[in-house]
Design a protein around this ligand. Structure first.
Ligand SMILES: *Cc1c(COP(=O)(O)O)cnc(C)c1O
Length: 502
């Protein structure tokens, strides 16, 4: 049989080097421009869709041309999460060494679902997970792995809870056993509980009615008296309290639930204690904040999100389970083709036994390299810089009569409201109309600052009010950026108010 000729499958070394240098030059130029680049392209979705309208290529194309399309098509329509003035969602900025780690990991292409296809990658992950554990005060031999994000981390934790504390063999029987007349219940706080927990109960098919919202206190943290009441009520109704989800750095105001109290309640009632620290768990590195984290180490499981406050490039979440054996019990599966049938000493940890995924990327590398580059000291400085930016913003807001502060700043997330005095005076008699006006005004301010390219800022709701929300989760943001953005928000707010008043 004639051998098929297909000589462009791999790129020749001399061409690959040229191509690689071109890419690294593009990345280097990009990083050099990141302070000034308009944060958001302000193009419509159909405009961007048009750019990529192209038939499935029949003939292969020149790799140099393909790479150049990065500059002509992709970058011009990118949102720059690495900009110091990107404050959307809870999105991290991306470490530079993490960028290189992604290329290296892709080059060797290990698959740390199993040990055999990924010996060094597995051990890098095991070590990095131990570092994550050390950060939050967990034992180094705890279970844990890197996931796509916080949602999958929360899923892995609550699935582990279910498999370990259901009152019957749920692995065999699922949710449909006759021994299970009531519902499994999951508790989180009514204001700051995170939407990803809804996604988790959806995935687990627990039903959205399984979520029991617990009242929050004045400072937005979970009211543990009400938690006790909710649990009692469910037990009386024949339901099964499964898991309490505590927020460790909440999505709107960065509050931390009372972890020690929640731990005590869970212990007494044999309920799984999960700490959702996707936003804020790593804040435990900061000595001035450490008190708030007391009890985190008592959680049965913890979610962290390195692509948020450790600034790791997407994607990278992390789950830790205090007792690794519980994780294995939840996820272990066996097949002869996964491991071969005869035991040998040349094998090790199979992450596919400890989480929902089988094939997985070498996510740990970018975390491992970033932690080594910054160290605990470096990270402490970066986190503290974010906290200081938010405190500074809060001070600007409190000094300005046209802005309204809504909560005490805590970590790196801050909500406030533009509420100009003259509008408050105008609607003095009618608080409903005033709120409606301010809701719309604050939304317009956020829309306008996005379109201006100066900063990317979104709105959220705090106790029913539409508010301007900033997540300061970039290692590049400084006080100057905060000042620029505050002045811009004020300027937009004033001009919108003038326009609507004239
Ligand atoms: C972001 C976030 C999540 C979800 O994490 P993803 O990485 O977006 O999947 C869960 N909980 C909290 C508190 C979060 O901030």
């Amino acid at each position: 049989m004639e051998k098929e000729v297909f000589d462009n499958l791999d790129i020749k070394p001399e061409d690959f080097r040229k191509l690689g240098y071109r890419v690294i030059d593009m990345i280097t130029e990009y990083y050099a421009s990141i302070q000034e680049v308009p944060v958001y392209p302000a193009a419509t979705s159909s405009e961007v869709e048009q750019i990529f309208k192209e038939d499935f290529p029949v003939k292969g194309q020149d790799p140099f041309d393909i790479v150049d399309e990065w500059k002509s098509k992709i970058l011009p329509y990118a949102t720059h999460l690495g900009s110091p003035r990107y404050f959307g969602f809870v999105n991290g900025s991306g470490t530079m060494i993490g960028t290189l780690a992604e290329a290296l990991a892709a080059a060797v292409n290990m698959n740390p679902g199993g040990w055999k296809p990924a010996p060094s990658a597995t051990e890098v992950e095991r070590r990095t997970i131990a570092w994550m554990a050390e950060m939050v005060g967990y034992p180094g031999d705890c279970g844990g792995l890197f996931t796509t994000g916080g949602t999958m981390a929360n899923f892995t934790a609550i699935e582990t809870a279910l498999r370990n504390i259901a009152p019957y063999d749920i692995t065999a029987k699922g949710l449909q056993d006759k021994q299970m007349p009531g519902r499994f219940k999951v508790y989180m706080s009514d204001h700051e509980g995170h939407i990803s927990i809804i996604r988790v109960v959806d995935l687990l098919n627990l039903g959205r009615e399984s979520i029991h919202l617990v009242k929050s206190r004045e400072d937005f943290s979970m009211d543990t008296n009400d938690l006790g009441r909710c649990i009692d009520e469910d037990i009386t109704n024949g339901d099964f309290p499964l898991c309490v989800v505590a927020q460790v750095g909440s999505i709107n105001v960065g509050v931390i639930d009372p972890l020690e109290e929640i731990a005590a309640i869970c212990k007494k009632r044999n309920i799984w204690f999960h700490a959702d620290g996707a936003c804020g768990a790593v804040g435990t590195l900061l000595p001035e904040k450490r008190d708030q984290y007391k009890g985190l180490e008592l959680a049965d499981s913890i979610t962290l999100d390195p692509h948020k406050w450790l600034y790791i490039p997407y994607d990278c979440g992390c789950v830790l389970i205090r007792d690794a054996e519980k994780m294995r019990r939840a996820f272990s599966i066996q097949a002869p083709y996964l491991r071969g049938t005869l035991p040998t000493e040349y094998t090790g940890l199979y992450y596919l036994d400890y989480g929902p995924e089988m094939s997985r990327g070498f996510r740990a590398l970018k975390v491992w390299m970033s932690i080594k580059q910054f160290g605990a000291e470096g990270y402490r400085k970066l986190l503290s810089q974010n906290v200081k930016c938010v405190e500074y913003l809060d001070s600007l807001v409190r000094k300005d009569k046209d802005f309204e502060a809504l909560h005490k700043p805590n970590l790196f997330i801050y909500c406030m409201r533009y509420a100009p005095q003259k509008i408050k005076d105008k609607y003095e008699q009618d608080s409903i109309e005033l709120n409606k006006y301010l809701d719309e005004l604050n939304q317009k301010i956020a829309d306008e600052i996005q379109l201006s390219g100066t900063a990317f800022i979104m709105t959220s709701k705090v106790r029913g009010k539409t508010v301007i929300r900033l997540s300061v989760c970039s290692h590049r943001t400084t006080k100057e950026d905060i000042e620029i953005v505050f002045l811009k928000l004020k300027e937009i707010g004033e001009s919108l108010t003038d326009r609507s008043e004239n």
